[in-house]
Design a binder for this molecule. Structure first.
Ligand SMILES: [Zn+2]
Ligand SMILES: [Zn+2]
Length: 235
């Protein structure tokens, strides 16, 4: 955990934040469950590496989520973080293993966290280009194993998959909004019980509009072609 803290302190200094901020890990942190005046930031789709403590099998996942809860109070700031664990698919009774991230991933992730802190706690104007893309620096093979993912069990993977990909740092949650979201989350939890990550073709994600446009264009081209063909046959 030392590295997370070190990089966070470095980023705080880099961005000229003079108030003291601390970062601590909390394995009990829950999405959308916030005390008053706390804010929530979620990093979806970071590349995490896992290693089974029983059989030593190693795997990578592009769906390693990191959750942050932050608060500024009386001249100092506090961040709690939780990286969601995954379990080995080869062991019958596996333990949930903590993800490991590359230095580059941690640096980019904490850069984005400090940018969001500046925006939401110090009202510094921030552009989308100030956020760094947390790139997947290695190919990930195979589908996401939902039955062995803590994020899936808590309904986070599904919720994040449905959210727009334009800003990886949303949903940002205020403590006030958290209550209504918690009610919605209960519905999500019921849905996420089915262990699948395959998108359903009948959901709103499917580009019906796009397909209709292509079909109409093709029909028009076909009509023109038939018209020209008939014209020459008549001649
Ligand atoms: Zn194992
Ligand atoms: Zn998952």
């Amino acid at each position: 955990m030392g590295t997370w803290k070190d990089i966070f302190a470095m980023k705080i200094a880099d961005m000229h934040l003079t108030e003291p901020w601390t970062l601590q890990e909390d394995e009990t942190l829950k999405v959308h469950v916030l005390r008053p005046s706390w804010k929530e930031f979620v990093q979806r789709r970071a590349l995490g590496r896992f290693r089974c403590s029983q059989c030593f099998h190693e795997w990578s996942s592009a769906k390693a989520h990191v959750l942050f809860h932050a608060r500024r109070w009386q001249g100092w700031g506090m961040v709690w973080m939780r990286a969601f664990r995954q379990a080995c698919r080869r062991c019958p009774d596996p333990q949930l293993e903590e993800p490991e991230f590359s230095q580059e991933t941690m640096t980019r992730l904490l850069h984005n966290l400090v940018v969001k802190i500046l925006k939401y706690f110090y009202h510094v104007s921030v552009q989308p280009s100030d956020l760094l893309e947390v790139v997947l620096d290695a190919p990930v093979m195979g589908p996401h194993n939902s039955t062995r993912c803590k994020g899936c069990q808590l309904g986070i993977c599904r919720e994040l998959r449905l959210a727009p990909a334009s800003d990886p740092w949303e949903p940002l949650m205020d403590a006030d909004k958290a209550r209504t979201h918690r009610a919605l989350k209960h519905q999500d939890m019921r849905h996420s019980a089915t262990p699948t990550h395959r998108p359903c073709p009948f959901t709103s994600n499917f580009p019906w509009k796009h397909c209709c446009c292509i079909s109409i264009t093709l029909l028009c081209i076909l009509a023109v072609f038939l018209f020209v063909l008939l014209y020459f046959i008549e001649k």
